[in-house]
Design a protein. Structure first.
Length: 278
């Protein structure tokens, strides 16, 4: 379904409760464009101050995982909460809270090719105004949000030409970004399923609430389809596997606050619908 045809997650709690039933909830959240507003430069993005206590409250009672294309160390630093699960580099790096025993590293053998491709892209695009090259542990992002529209086609062409020289890598697209990643059958959706499996949770026990804004998050929506609650952020006119939507990061914060409040009342034996009206 197209994004603009989806019902608001903020007015669909009854539908979500029917999906969740009596299962535990696990929150799987993208970072840029979902928890943190999109910025002109990737280094400027930060978790809003009002969102950190929301995540702190959720992590005390529920599985909370932040999944991102950012490197794992960068993602952990920007969120800054030790009780969360993290999946960086689109799921190639996974880390759980201290004592959880969850740790995953994939694709180290592709690092040399990524670095070589990065050098070629710097040579080819280093003088192009507005292009930001971001080398992470297991992916390479070419941001062009600050570039002129006249250069966008050229940037995309150069990225594809460079990637063609590395059969081990693939090109993916996002919001004003081209990314080079290892050519592995792995993504955020696989990371979600890996975390759930390694925590010993079945689909009958856990309901994933998945929130993301970009094409890379469709991976998670597809993985959770049929047994989770999938929410897309933004007003893009494209098809999606999500069933609900939120307009921006402020609505994401409101949704997480309300959902957490409803869950606490339900756990205490109260009426979540009464709490929603209060």
């Amino acid at each position: 379904m197209n994004v603009d045809q989806l019902p608001s997650a903020l007015t669909s709690f009854s539908s979500m409760e029917n999906i969740i039933g009596r299962r535990r909830i696990g929150f799987f959240l993208d970072f840029d464009g979902t928890l943190a507003p999109i910025t002109s430069h990737p280094d400027l993005a930060d978790l809003p101050a009002e969102s950190r206590p929301i995540l702190e409250n959720l992590q005390q009672r529920h599985l909370v995982c932040v999944l991102s294309g950012r490197s794992l160390p960068d993602l952990k630093r920007r969120v800054g909460l030790s009780g969360l699960f993290y999946a960086g580099d689109h799921g190639y790096r996974i880390s759980g809270p201290p004592g959880s025993g969850l740790d995953l590293r994939l694709g180290d053998e592709f690092r040399n090719d990524l670095e070589s491709a990065g050098r070629r892209l710097r040579d080819a695009l280093g003088s192009t105004h507005g292009v930001v090259l971001e080398m992470k542990e297991l992916s390479l992002s070419v941001h062009y949000r600050l570039a002129g529209m006249k250069d966008e086609a050229l940037i995309g062409k150069v990225v594809k030409e460079v990637a063609a020289g590395y059969p081990s890598l693939r090109v993916t697209a996002g919001k004003c970004v081209h990314e080079l990643r290892p050519k592995l059958d792995w993504g955020k959706g696989d990371a979600l399923l890996w975390i759930v499996s390694h925590l010993g949770c079945s689909r009958e026990e856990l309901c994933p609430v998945v929130i993301g804004d970009d094409l890379t998050d469709e991976d998670m929506f597809e993985a959770a389809a049929g047994w989770g609650v999938c929410v897309i952020v933004g007003a893009a006119r494209r098809s999606t596997s999500a069933a609900f939507r939120l307009i921006n990061t402020e609505e994401v914060a409101d949704f997480l606050t309300t959902t957490g409040r409803m869950i606490r009342v339900e756990a205490a034996g109260g009426n979540p619908r009464e709490n929603e009206r209060s």
